[in-house]
Design a protein around this ligand. Sequence first.
Ligand SMILES: C[S@@+](CC[C@H](N)C(=O)[O-])C[C@H]1O[C@@H](n2cnc3c(N)ncnc32)[C@H](O)[C@@H]1O
Length: 220
Amino acid sequence: MTADALAADADRMARRLAAGDVPPDDFRRALTAVPPDRRDAWVDRAFGLDGLPADGPALPRGCVPYLPSDVDLVLRMLDAAEVTADDVFVDVGSGVGRVTALAHFVTGAGAIGIEVQPQLVRRARALSARLNAERVAVIEGDAAELVGRVPIGTVFFLYCPFSGARLARVLDDLAALAEARPIRVCSLDLPLPPAPWLTPIWRDARLLVCRSGPSVNPRA
Ligand SMILES: C[S@@+](CC[C@H](N)C(=O)[O-])C[C@H]1O[C@@H](n2cnc3c(N)ncnc32)[C@H](O)[C@@H]1O
């Protein structure tokens, strides 16, 4: 695929997204037809995202600045976690809303971002509006305080927003949510401390996907 063909293809998708005319199967087919090393550029163009936004003073000390996930890793995670249109996907530290939009368009799931930096929240809301994505929303604030208040979430994704006490609090709140119903927890570049309620179902060098509930196979 030449650069011009890639741009034309992504522009076609942008027009279809704006018209609200893209079932998940179509979006996935179009995205996976793009060579893996060009998928990030294709998504950025189709979503109208350009350049890395600057981080601001609202980022708490010790928290990780904005850096977008690789599209291919997100695809792998969505497949490993078996995300479907019946899920509500939550991106904990959601930046400009790229992963929430991607999860929604690839799977049909509803998607909610939690982001502490207001200038990124504004960008995420502009993205949802541009893409006509009514089932993609973002909540502004510290995710360590807010995760427990999103009980409709069924799949929680963390691309390394923080560690330490904030991560421990998020995992405690997710454990409480998991008592009400099964959830999946996916982490990228973020080792999760072992917890009896979390069972790994997929892992590679960067990505870990767990489901709630004890292991049915003690050797898994
Ligand atoms: C490495 S980026 C990941 C962005 C996005 N999830 C992705 O995968 O493309 C981490 C994001 O977490 C946000 N963040 C860091 N600490 C946070 C906190 N305490 N509450 C909410 N968001 C936070 C940052 O502002 C940044 O946008």
